[in-house]
Ligand binder design. Structure first.
Ligand code: NAD
Length: 328
């Protein structure tokens, strides 16, 4: 099949080409897929997209009219795809449901350890020949309560690691996962928010989970709580979190995702002035660490994403459904 790969980076090519082994004709576009660029897909059978491509109704309509028959997401989340529009135009949508839950879970843990022990501040101090410890005081993770919102593949991997640190793990999810038995206790979400010293988000972005962390829920939390979001930016109302940081209700914030990240992440803007004032304010807090949607970014995960994406394309071409998680 002829496949147009959007938001393509050199590392995508380095993993997709060997996985493809010449089975499909892959064309790489650096551009994001959005209503303006969708016309580039004319003449292709499929498009392959990533987290910050905009597959809204307008984009999907252009894809449908251009003859595209499949959208192969090379990520787990698909909140950026208008599924109704895909159905309407008879376009099938596949995703990569599981490539390495450990990659994302371990990154969430890295953010916790960094924030708790002030590694980001210590790194800068030592480089300045400053070995003072004031302001670097951390806390033992052992014995603390960790709340995991969303106990799918990543949430379970995360809960197991935190349990290994000697934490008490609380979980909330409309569907209980038996893999967590012995590692965590399910409670309702409000209790989790009230009891946890550390809250880590691992649920998808849905209308029900949009701004799950907001002014009201922040007020329920323990003063000085640590919030970690490696899931999707829209789970957090960022201005409310900034207020929470200013009042010290939130003691630590670790983000790998940001609601308006599509304008920023994955690009080098080091020579450009930052225009997003909300994001700029976040970066002023010493107790906030932000990474640019890199939780998935491990060798193992990129190889698995490439293999599964190529398998999904092959399955579509051969009208086989086995082993494919079709979203539409
Ligand atoms: P998954 O589908 O295995 O698990 C998601 C879980 O969330 C499910 O158990 C579901 O029941 C639960 N859930 C749904 N609504 C909920 C709610 N209202 N409250 C609590 N739980 C709810 O997904 P996963 O593979 O574990 O991935 C989780 C999320 O991580 C994805 O949706 C994606 O947004 C994000 N992600 C981020 C990165 C990154 O690089 N930062 C990479 C991969 C995935």
């Amino acid at each position: 099949m002829k496949v147009a790969i959007f938001s393509a980076k050199p590392y995508d090519q380095e993993h997709l080409n060997p996985a493809n082994q010449g089975q499909h004709e892959l064309t790489y576009f650096e551009a994001h897929l959005n209503p303006q660029t969708a016309i580039l897909a004319k003449g292709f059978d499929a498009v392959c997209c990533f987290v910050n491509d905009t597959l809204n109704a307008e984009t999907v309509r252009t894809l449908g009219e251009a003859g595209v028959r499949m959208i192969a997401m090379r990520c787990a989340g698909y909140n950026n795809v208008d599924l109704e529009a895909a159905r309407k135009f008879g376009i099938r949508v596949a995703r990569v449901p599981e490539y390495s839950p450990y990659a994302v879970a371990e990154h969430a843990v890295a953010l916790i350890l960094d924030l708790n022990r002030n590694i980001h501040r210590a790194y800068n101090r030592v480089r300045e020949n400053d070995y003072s410890l004031s302001g670097l005081l951390g806390f033992d993770l052992h014995g603390k309560t960790v709340g995991v919102v969303g106990t799918g593949k990543i949430g379970v991997a995360f809960a197991r690691i935190m349990s290994g640190f000697g934490c008490q793990v609380l979980a909330s999810d409309p569907v209980e996962n038996p893999d967590l038995q012995g590692f965590a206790r399910y409670v309702d979400q409000e209790l989790l928010l009230r009891e946890a010293d550390i809250i880590s988000l691992h649920c998808p972005l849905l209308p029900q989970t949009h701004h799950l962390i907001n002014a009201e829920t922040i007020q329920m939390m323990k003063p000085g709580v640590m919030i970690i979001n490696t899931s999707r930016g829209g789970l957090i109302d960022t201005p409310a979190v900034i207020d929470g940081l200013k009042s010290e209700q939130i003691g630590y914030l670790g983000l790998d995702v940001y609601e308006e990240e599509a304008e920023l992440f994955f690009e080098d803007y080091s020579n450009v002035l930052l225009q997003d004032d909300v994001f700029a304010r976040l970066l002023t807090f010493p107790n906030v660490v932000v990474t640019g949607h890199q939780a998935f970014f491990t060798q193992e995960a990129l190889s698995a994403i490439a293999e599964i994406t190529i398998n999904n394309l092959c399955a579509f071409e051969q009208s086989e459904s086995e082993g494919v998680e079709w979203v539409v």
